[in-house]
Ligand binder design. Sequence first.
Ligand SMILES: Nc1ncnc2c1ncn2[C@@H]1O[C@H](COP(=O)(O)OP(=O)(O)O)[C@@H](O)[C@H]1O
Ligand SMILES: N[C@@H](CCOP(=O)(O)O)C(=O)O
Length: 326
Amino acid sequence: MAVYTEVTDEALRAFLSDYALGELLAFRGIAEGVENSNYALKTEAGDFILTLYEKRVDRMELPYFLGLMEHMAVHGLACPTPVPARDGAALRELCGRPAAIVTFLPGVWPRRVRPEHCAPLGEALARMHRAGEGFPIQRPNALGPAGWAPLLDGCRARGDEVQPGLIAELDAALTGILAAWPAPDTLPRGHIHADLFPDNVFFLPDQDGKPRVSGLIDFYFACTDLYAYDVAICLNAWCFESDYSFNVTKARALLSAYESVRPMAQAERAALPVLGRGAALRFLLTRLYDWTHTPDGALVTRKDPLEYLRKLRFFVQAESPGALGL
Ligand SMILES: Nc1ncnc2c1ncn2[C@@H]1O[C@H](COP(=O)(O)OP(=O)(O)O)[C@@H](O)[C@H]1O
Ligand SMILES: N[C@@H](CCOP(=O)(O)O)C(=O)O
């Protein structure tokens, strides 16, 4: 469910009168997504997405997200482009919320990831990293290593209700990760997506029926961080099977396609196991926090934190890229 703020027909028409998009022909709320309210719009000018930014998005950070999408689109990435109103501003207000219209991207995200998705995904990730070069605003990663101890503290009171002994296991994992984390400025960094899960990558079949990436969406966790950390997030989100076994074929396809666009330094490859551990912990912690803080009956769909405990355990025992099969 992701329509937290209901927009009436009248409010939307008044909002659209500031744009040069012609008459509104249709609009509907989009059920998918977690963070914000999204509506699909059809106007005389075409199809668009209207997003109302909800509580967890800091409005001061919206110029970074919208500016980054604009910059990446200009540099050839298929991603949503903010649509300015007649006065030139894309970031506006609707129903008391910050709001923006972005271009609609065609395609479908894969409900079941197959190895054939992983090479196009790896290539798209590297193209995204390249497309972000030169974007001048920086955004430190609020959900990076420095944010994990406070998040874990926020889960302390009820974490063991999810699984006995969980908090002690996460304390130990966090200590190990922080001790092994790459020192600042030892690995290449730039603008990363930081949440490139399958539901944020659209595919369409090419002329041979093979999946090709038609667009990347949802840049609202984007930040300035290690490129290899973004790769490690994708290894977590794309390369495990439903029994939590790590699929080396998928991982190799992802990595070699990534490197066909942006070759990685030896140090980046060597860091993948600890970056994979950190990425697993990051998603485990946000899911655990939501699991233990979301009231029963709330509209938000909670995601299973223990999925990421299984992934974390895999990366904990993998000491080298060789142990990942890479
Ligand atoms: N630019 C876009 N083009 C097409 N569909 C989009 C676009 N942006 C969002 N969507 C649709 O809205 C859904 C939720 O978007 P998302 O950005 O993931 O929301 P949230 O940030 O709330 O998690 C997506 O799964 C997709 O169906
Ligand atoms: N990918 C995260 C949750 C963020 O949700 P999104 O709909 O904004 O991509 C997770 O799986 O924990």
